[in-house]
Ligand binder design. Structure first.
Ligand SMILES: Cc1cc2nc3c(=O)[nH]c(=O)nc-3n(C[C@H](O)[C@H](O)[C@H](O)COP(=O)(O)OP(=O)(O)OC[C@H]3O[C@@H](n4cnc5c(N)ncnc54)[C@H](O)[C@@H]3O)c2cc1C
Length: 563
């Protein structure tokens, strides 16, 4: 039986001594939570907001090696990230899919001399890459992935071949390079499934959203429940500060002064432009402007995502997408597809996040290392060590989590029991490996539960093999499609609310589903969902209307959407 939030609070009150407290449930905190739970360590993971609501929700959705980091000499990072990319394609195939990536190349030699100079630290200036540099980079990239063989090798296409494949592409193109990375369809769902896996691995490990770490006193940490205002005290043996761009602020709350983070903000637009969506097909376009800035044009379901910027910022709470960023993204689409007009009215969603990069003095943000590290602060006013998780890419969260776990296990004098390298995640378990097996899986489910095959298929597409649990629940008793979004049924929503730790309306709209991101919200739908949630979570009418206002305010303030 799943423990309720109240059960967990009661347990903490009776026994506040816990081996590990993780502050921050972005992918790094969550990955570490899962890893340690698998080793039999009891962990409490808390986040002041919802799970995966910080940097981890703001990513470019790329599970990638980061080919351009080769130029900064970050060979270790790229090798690790390529290998982790390949693992995610295998371990979470329902949420991470191979992504064909196209680099349009407008010259042959540019960057040829810059790249080695930058590698030697003699050049600080970014520059557009030419064909030769890209070819060398992609060859090395393939080399790192050679043993896992999960994606095809790169190819280079001539001008004519490029124009034949992408008729709308800028006709000045000299070549295109094509290589494969991974597309992450929903970072938020991947995080949630990792949490559920962690809790399943150890019944004494718990993850709580809307709990913030606010202070340290007499060797205990003070936790505030954002919903009830209750205060809890825990006495951890080890604290893992995984609060991403907020790491220094969290330490300050705990009475410790650090300056580990020098964050940069990055924004993205999601646009509804069928001509552009057609022009890119199922390919991401990854393009470097003359000033060295990166632009990506990414197929996100039937929409197009455009990003991203890399701008130093001091206060992560103030990160918003600026008018200049929006204009820059729109202009950049024109560089690759001059005939396609993107209007501001086509923007259906925008989002911004802050990369928790290490404090640095690089002259350009693109050159700050994307690698990860652990900074340990041993206590003066506290007797627990604090492991601060700095930097890192979404892609390599598993490797980073493993490293953090290993350090933690040494502190606890415990051995590693399980490796997470080949461990499937959530609905990636027993995933049908080909079309024939998928068909058998779907037919089996249909014969057991009798739901329409289309509904089973759509549940499988959303939840992988975890769809089995959904199907079981949905097929038991009456169910109806939503009035204002017939692709979801009432019982599917009830299952999410009850099993996936939904506490606010926006948890469901922004993170358990892609509804907000894909511009599917209407006033009627928000109203309809709030009624379902209200009866399930026992909200008063006042609470229900507060939840609607909160959703509308978040939509407007952070995503520039008014419904
Ligand atoms: C614009 C952008 C694009 C990116 N694109 C990619 C990409 O395509 N591919 C890739 O591999 N990587 C990408 N990254 C990098 C990657 O997303 C991040 O490095 C990673 O998600 C960081 O995760 P984290 O867990 O360390 O931090 P976060 O996800 O920020 O998690 C920290 C959590 O701590 C919580 N918190 C803060 N203070 C407290 C407190 N006092 N108490 C409790 N909780 C607290 C916050 O609410 C937050 O949820 C991108 C990052 C950004 C910003």
């Amino acid at each position: 039986m799943m423990k309720t939030r109240e059960d967990i609070f009661a347990q903490i009150k009776t026994n506040p001594k816990i081996p590990v407290l993780i502050i921050g449930a972005g992918v790094n905190g969550i990955g570490t939570f899962r890893d340690l739970s698998l080793q039999g360590v009891d962990v409490l993971l808390v986040d002041r907001g919802d799970f995966c609501s910080g940097a981890s929700a703001a990513s470019s959705h790329m599970i990638h090696g980061g080919i351009r980091y080769l130029e900064n000499g970050e060979f270790r990072l790229v090798r690790e990230a390529v290998q982790e990319r390949n693992r995610l394609l295998v371990n979470a195939p329902h949420l991470v899919k191979p992504l064909s990536t196209i680099i349009p190349i407008f010259n042959i030699f540019s960057g040829l001399f810059n790249a080695p100079l930058k590698f030697l630290g003699l050049l600080d200036r970014p520059a557009e890459r030419g064909a030769v540099v890209i070819k060398v980079g992609l060859t090395l990239y393939d080399f790192y992935a050679r043993q896992q063989g999960t994606v095809p090798k790169h190819s280079i296409f001539s001008k004519q071949e490029s124009i034949d494949q992408f008729p709308q592409i800028n006709q000045d193109v000299k070549y295109t390079a094509k290589y494969f990375d991974g597309a992450m369809l929903s970072p938020e769902r991947l995080c949630l499934e990792l949490i559920l896996d962690g809790e399943q691995a150890n019944i004494n490990s718990h993850a709580l959203n809307y709990i913030s770490a606010e202070g340290a006193r007499n060797n205990s940490i003070e936790l505030h429940d954002q919903l009830s205002g209750k205060i809890l005290y825990v006495q951890p043996q080890i604290v893992i500060n995984a609060s991403g761009p907020w790491i220094d602020i969290t330490n300050q709350n705990l009475g410790i002064t650090t300056k580990f983070i020098g964050g940069t903000k990055g924004s993205h637009l999601i646009i509804d432009n069928p001509t552009l969506r057609d022009a890119i097909g199922e390919n991401e376009f990854f393009f470097e402007n003359k000033d060295g800035r990166i632009v990506l044009i990414f197929p996100l379901f039937d929409k197009v995502m455009i990003g991203t910027s890399d701008i130093p910022i001091d206060n992560p709470d103030q990160a918003r997408c600026s008018q200049e960023e929006i204009q820059y993204f729109i202009d950049m689409v024109r560089v690759v597809f001059p005939g396609i007009k993107v209007d501001r009215e086509q923007i259906i969603y925008q989002f911004t996040g802050v990369r928790p990069l290490p404090e640095n003095n690089s002259s350009t943000a693109g050159q700050i290392s994307r690698d990860h590290s652990i900074e340990i602060v041993e206590g003066e006013n506290h007797n627990f060590p604090i492991l601060n998780l700095i930097g890192g890419k979404w892609t390599s969260f598993r490797a980073f989590s493993e490293e953090v776990s290993n350090v933690t296990l040494r502190y606890l004098d415990k051995d590693r029991l399980v490796s997470t390298k080949d461990l499937p995640i959530g609905g990636g378990k027993n995933f049908p490996s080909d079309e024939k097996r998928l068909q058998t899986w779907l037919e089996n489910q249909q014969s057991i539960h009798g739901l329409p095959i289309e509904q089973i298929k759509s549940l499988f597409e959303r939840y992988g093999t975890r769809a089995e649990n959904f199907i079981d629940f949905v097929s038991n008793g009456d169910d109806t499609p939503l009035e204002y979004l017939s692709t979801y049924s009432r019982k599917e929503i009830l299952f999410i609310i009850n099993v996936e730790k939904v506490l606010h309306l926006d948890d469901f709209l922004f993170r358990r589903t892609n509804l907000a991101k894909l511009g599917l919200l209407s006033r009627n739908l928000v109203e309809e969902l709030s009624v379902i949630m209200s009866s399930e979570l026992d909200w008063s009418e006042v609470r229900r209307s507060e939840e609607i206002s909160r959703t509308l305010q978040i939509l407007q303030e952070f995503h520039n959407v008014i419904i």
